[in-house]
Ligand binder design. Sequence first.
Ligand code: GLU
Length: 290
Amino acid sequence: MTGRPPAYVGRFAPSPTGPLHFGSLVAAVGSYLDAKKHNGQWLLRIEDLDPPRESTTAPAEIMSQLRAYGLFWDGDVLFQSSRLNAYEENLGRLRNQGLVFPCICSRKSIVGVYPGACRSRSYESTEVPFAERLLTAGRKVEYEDLIFGTRYCDVEQDVGDFIVKRKDKLFAYQLAVIVDDAYQEVTHVIRGSDLMDSTPRQILLAEYLSLPVPAFGHIPVVTDVSGHKLSKQTHAAPVDRQNPLPVLRQVLNVLGQHFGSNVNTVEQLLDFAIQQWDINRIPRDSFRYV
Ligand code: GLU
């Protein structure tokens, strides 16, 4: 991108593991309204990094659901599958600085936080397959969440050296997401609070790679009656494309916003919601969707 970057660039970045459910729609609407309230751009990125978990029809379904809800993104859709060279290049920069190391530990052998068993391993003496982990040695991260306030994480103690490239050679979400947020000049990340634990990792990676750190705001997740987060993995129902207006009102309700009882179309409701949008009204508690 050239010229002066826009003051606000937001994005919605679903993984195409299935169509959007109510919880993912809440994140989409929250990031959209915050971007539009700031006269910003709202980008769509399809995070298709993990083919075995994905559905080939999901990208088209997600886009058609977003359109049905009046959530039109700016510019072209970015597919992470087209960005593998950029991830490799950034990983190379980490390798050159000695900030990653090869790890042969099996997932089963690690209980809790990764204890650093392979930290002193060299690439030369390690046979493939290995994963690559980021050295978190002593690093702490503090940031101001737009919804949850000051957040602090001792990355080494709380998270441990985390994987940036998996043993099966797939790039980890943590690396791809921060490389792409920088590439797309994203200034604000509004997303579900299930990703809040990932944020310090992404900030640390941005610091190591000298990439800009966006502002972050985390929206409480929507759970089912038994308190479990709605997710594609547990087959939460896809949001209905046929009758979006009442669903959109429910989304605004979850987000603590006014939901415009006097409007009759999705477009009008979104216009109303943009005008009324106040990020401070988003509740911090998770919402039970019945
Ligand atoms: N792709 C991630 C997901 O669908 C979200 C990434 C993000 O918003 O940072 O859970």
